[in-house]
Design a protein around this ligand. Structure first.
Ligand code: FEO
Length: 393
């Protein structure tokens, strides 16, 4: 059994072959649902459970610890990948109480149909003694839902952060060993799950900064033995700083829009702007999400299908809009055959972004010299915007 400290056990489960989360997020490296068992000299607590698909493995792990009695199940977050096995654990240990905040309790009652009397609710900063070990609950809303919280174990200086600081990775290693690999996975996770809540995360980071943390134990991915590694990464991602980068994401049916996107990519690169070009159709939206964390500018490119954007481009626009990147400038390029309202519809789909919408470049049919000239002008406009923002010379 893996241990983080004396009588602090990792009892979660790896889900090596899961390939999609929330029917949306690609999981190239699978994921894990981390749960932790803490045995005090008087009471025992389980911190989170696992996805219902893996309940039996969690139960096996609990049996291996040899516990006969469980006093508490701490629920940091009501989402079912952490809470979904609570009903089965309660069947096994009916005397256990679910410990959580009032908002999470309400959500657990709705999602899992638990009963009122099965809960103990705790306030922000409240402590619960297990005897020689103490659980202190820290409200950290919006990492990922509004009810999320963390637990601080002062005797062992471990922060149990649930989704906060997580990474979707199945691994046989309990602790982070290869920081660059974990950095990529954690950035992908941040982009897909945390990015819309940047300002809330800022407050939550401040709240935990005064703790002398030895380990950060999230509920996805390996445990951080060097907490500053992931905390510094978060400080960078949530800052208002953007980079001299443009994300160009395109869909093309008959190569008109592709030709424009590729030409435009070269026009930007020749101006010493870093560009990432994505074909949306069949692409990894996780990679697209990662690129949105730092880019100053996003440009979407789509042909017109019937009267509007290609549905795959509309999906990308909705995703960008929902993820709320700190992007400062947004561009639109594309093509049409005979008419339609593609630019208006794409602009509307991106209306949640606090960014300047640059003039679109739209071709009728295959791009002409005039269209390429307009793309050069758009690239020059972006260069000037980046210069004015102090991102390049
Ligand atoms: Fe890992 Fe928001 O659940």
């Amino acid at each position: 059994m893996n241990t983080l400290a004396e009588r602090v056990y990792a009892v979660g489960v790896q889900h090596w072959d899961r390939r999609l989360f929330d029917e949306l997020i690609p999981l190239p490296d699978g994921t894990s649902y981390n749960a932790y068992l803490i045995k005090g000299n008087q009471k025992t607590a389980l911190l989170d459970t696992v996805d219902p698909a893996k309940t039996s493995e969690l139960i096996d792990h609990l049996v291996q610890t040899g516990i006969e009695k469980l006093d508490y199940i701490v629920s940091h977050h009501a989402e079912q990948d952490h809470s979904g096995s609570i009903p089965d654990v309660l069947l096994m240990y009916p005397e256990a109480k679910v410990v959580t905040n009032p908002k999470c309790k309400s959500m657990l009652m709705e999602h899992l149909r638990l009963e009122e009397e099965q809960f103990i609710t705790v306030e922000d900063g409240q402590e619960l003694s297990l005897g020689d070990k103490t659980l202190r609950f820290i409200y950290t809303p919006w990492v990922h839902w509004p009810e999320t919280m963390c637990t601080w174990l002062p005797e062992d200086r471990i922060l149990f952060s649930c989704d906060f600081f997580g990474s979707h990775q199945a691994t046989s290693r309990l602790f982070v060993e290869d920081e660059p690999t974990v950095y990529e996975a954690a950035k992908r996770y941040y982009a897909e799950i945390m990015m819309p809540f940047r300002s809330a995360i800022r407050g939550n980071l401040k709240k935990i900064e005064s703790l002398d943390i030895r380990l950060i134990a999230p509920s996805h991915g390996p445990v951080y033995p060097r907490p500053s590694f992931i905390m510094d990464a978060y400080r960078d991602w949530i800052s208002d700083d953007v980079k001299n980068e443009v994300v160009v994401a395109f869909v093309s049916m008959h190569d008109s829009t592709r030709r424009m996107a590729e030409y435009f990519t070269e026009a930007l690169a020749s101006r010493n702007i870093r560009v990432q070009l994505f074909n949306i159709t069949g692409g990894d939206v996780g990679k697209l999400a990662i690129s949105l964390v730092d880019a100053a500018t996003v440009v979407l490119a789509t042909p017109t299908v019937l009267t509007g954007p290609h549905p795959n481009a509309a999906y990308a626009a909705m995703l960008v809009n929902a993820l709320r990147p700190k992007t400062r400038f947004v561009g639109l390029i594309g093509s049409y055959g005979w008419g339609g309202k593609m630019p208006e519809q794409m602009t509307s789909l991106l209306s949640g972004l606090k960014a300047e919408m640059l003039p679109p470049v739209i071709a009728k049919g295959y791009p002409t010299e005039a269209v390429f000239t307009a793309l050069d002008e758009l690239a020059e406009t972006i260069l000037n915007r980046h210069r004015q923002a102090g991102l390049c010379q």
